[in-house]
Structures are given as structure tokens and as C-alpha cells.
Design a protein around this ligand. Structure first.
Ligand SMILES: *Cc1c(COP(=O)(O)O)cnc(C)c1O
Length: 349
């Protein structure tokens, strides 16, 4: 690889996007090279997934029948809702449990197919409320959305807590474990999958691999669960660019390692800044940090925006009063953000 990873673009006049947890360095140069190699016929023919499915399955240590590629993980979340939340035989809605603060798509997908959303409210420290989740399970529960590391907190769930939720579900219900940020974490649930037949793991290439605009995700589960996803997924959900990009991204472990390291250094810079500035934060296992600014929230979010840095105001999410979420990506970008935060809060400008 001849690309110099350290030579990232300076913060230009255009906005620095630190609000959607995207890869602020872009995708691997190897991905772009693979896309450039596509031919007119590759564009003209329906895509053949044999190679990319084999490579993806091997990457996660599964068989091709234990994975389903999706048009972004969002499509996987939608497919889970379609498949598990269609009305019960008595015509009454089935229930999806959403543990707040949560990614918006869970409730949106459940609602779109006529499911009833049961929200579990957070504890003050935003730690996983296992007892409350178990208490929310009813005979009508069909889907539980769990996220590890969670968005927006960055907190990882214990394997034991995940297994305990799965064990408490009625027959025919599924845990959809969203591991969109597992590439940045100290561990994941993959090794426990075989012991949890009523659980599907969702992964995405949008975040660590920098393919958010390309749209590619994957569902990983036991064969019967994957078969149920495939029944509702369109046969060509992944276009040829996405299939080609995923194939190339899986091969470039060096890029992933480089970016994970940038993210780890960026998180540390944000923690240090928070401590200097007297802001609260949650130690994160993802590529973002949830910061509690309290009464200084507006000054911070608006002040950063005025300096061309976009962060996410999460203060309207349950349990996240006074909080903003900052993407931790390329170190130079984080440094720019931290400098701006100090300017705003120290000088009051
Ligand atoms: C970004 C994100 C997704 C969406 O992934 P796509 O592959 O872009 O659809 C899913 N879950 C969580 C928690 C996310 O933050």
C-alpha cells in the first residue's frame, strides 16, 4: 500500500462532520481502486455475490448460510421488523423493545410495519437496565433491539446481559444485536452466537470501513434465522459497487487497524479536553464520545457550528439532558474540535 495514511486533509473551509459517526478519513484507497476496476459489463449484469458472500462469511468465521448481506445495516433492521413484527394471528400488534437512549431507526422500523414500540427508560448513569428490559418482556414481545457498543453512549453490553435477555424471551422472538461499532470495541458477541439461537448480530461497513454512502451491512445468525431474513430481503439489495467495495474492504486489514488507532487516540483527546473543561463524558468503545455539557450545551454546539464543526445535539434523547455526541475519527480533526471547544468555553467567545 503506497497511500500515506497520515496525510489526511486539513480541515478545509467546508464543514467538519463530527455528527454522524462517519469515518472522517474516508474509505480505504484499495476500495476506490477496486471500484475503478469495474467494467461496463459489471454495471450491466445483475451482481454475482458468490465471492463477496464467501469472503464475508470467512471474515466472521461463519458459513455463507449464516450471513446475509444487506443494503446498509438499516435494511437489516427493517427486514427484522418485517419478519418478526407482522401482526399476530389475533390481529393485535406484536411488540418491539427499544432500550433508551437508542438509535432512532429501531422505533421507526417497528412502527413502519405496525409493531408496538415498548420503550425501556435509562438509568441515570445510562448503564444497561437489564432488570427493566426483562420486566418489559411480554408474551407479545417478538423483537428486542440491543446495541453494543451503544449509540449514543459508547457503552458496551456484557455478554451475560445479552444472553440473559435472549433467555427471557418467549418462543419465536429475536434479539437483534446491533454491533455497528464493534470494530472499535474491546470485544463482541460473535463467539457467543452459537449458544444463542434466537439472536442475530447486525454489522455495517458504514462506520469503521468508511462506506456509509456506498450502503453495505450484514446480518450474522444461525441458519434458520438468516433464512427468515432472506425471505424478506430483495435478491439484489446490494449493488455491484457495494459488493465490490465490501470485498476490497475486507482485504485491507491494515487500513482498519490504522483507523481504529486514530479513533482510540481521538477518544483519549476528547476525554482529556472534557476533564480540563469540567465536562462530563462516558468512556466509549465506539468512534464517538457522549459529552455532558449541561447548561453550556447550546454555547458549545452553536459555537462549534459557527467554526464549521458539526456535532450532534443529543439532549432530547431520554437520559441525555445537556448532552452532545462528538465523532472521534482522524486525530487532526479531533484536535481541531478540541481547540474550538477550549476557545468557546475558556474565552466565552
Ligand atoms: C450508523 C448506524 C447504523 C446504520 O448503519 P448503515 O449500514 O449505514 O445502515 C445502524 N445502527 C447503529 C447503532 C448506527 O449507529
Amino acid at each position: 500500500m503506497s497511500f500515506d495514511y497520515e496525510k489526511v486533509p486539513e480541515v478545509g473551509p467546508e464543514a467538519l462532520r463530527l455528527h454522524l459517526n462517519e469515518n472522517t478519513a474516508g474509505c480505504s484507497p484499495a476500495v476506490l481502486a477496486a471500484l475503478r476496476g469495474l467494467t461496463r459489463h459489471d454495471a450491466a449484469f445483475y451482481p454475482d455475490y458468490t465471492d463477496v458472500e464467501r469472503a464475508t462469511a470467512a471474515y466472521y468465521g461463519r458459513t455463507t448460510r449464516q450471513i446475509a448481506l444487506t443494503n446498509g445495516l438499516d435494511e437489516g433492521l427493517h427486514a427484522a421488523s418485517v419478519s418478526w413484527l407482522q401482526r399476530g394471528e389475533d390481529g393485535q400488534p406484536l411488540e418491539a423493545i427499544v432500550v433508551e437512549p437508542a438509535f432512532d431507526m429501531y422505533a421507526a422500523c417497528a412502527d413502519a410495519v405496525g409493531g408496538r414500540v415498548v420503550r425501556v427508560m435509562p438509568r441515570p448513569d445510562l448503564a444497561f437496565p437489564l432488570d427493566a428490559v426483562r420486566a418489559a418482556i411480554t408474551p407479545r414481545t417478538r423483537l428486542v433491539f440491543l446495541t453494543s457498543p451503544n449509540n449514543p453512549t459508547g457503552l458496551r453490553l456484557d455478554d451475560e446481559a445479552i444472553a440473559a435477555v435472549a433467555a427471557a424471551l418467549p418462543p419465536g422472538a429475536l434479539v437483534l444485536l446491533d454491533e455497528a461499532y464493534a470494530d472499535f470495541a474491546t470485544g463482541d458477541y460473535l463467539a457467543c452466537l452459537d449458544a444463542t439461537p434466537n439472536l442475530a448480530i447486525g454489522r455495517t461497513f458504514a462506520k469503521a470501513h468508511g462506506l456509509a454512502a456506498v450502503r453495505a451491512g450484514v446480518i450474522i445468525a444461525a441458519e434458520p434465522v438468516v433464512a427468515r431474513f432472506r425471505r424478506v430481503l430483495p435478491p439484489y439489495g446490494l449493488n455491484v459497487f457495494a459488493a465490490t467495495a465490501v470485498r476490497a474492504a475486507l482485504d485491507d486489514g491494515e487500513y482498519l487497524r490504522w483507523y481504529r488507532d486514530e479513533v482510540a487516540r481521538s477518544r483519549a483527546l476528547i476525554y482529556e479536553a472534557c476533564e480540563r473543561l469540567g465536562l462530563g463524558y462516558w468512556p466509549s468503545e465506539a468512534n464517538f464520545v457522549l459529552v455532558r455539557a449541561g447548561t453550556r450545551l447550546r454555547a458549545l454546539v452553536d459555537g462549534l457550528a459557527a467554526r464549521g464543526i458539526v456535532v450532534r445535539d443529543r439532549s432530547r434523547q431520554p437520559g441525555c439532558d445537556g448532552c452532545l455526541r462528538i465523532t472521534a475519527g482522524v486525530v487532526a480533526h479531533t484536535e481541531a474540535c478540541v481547540r474550538a471547544m477550549e476557545e468557546i468555553l475558556c474565552d466565552g467567545r
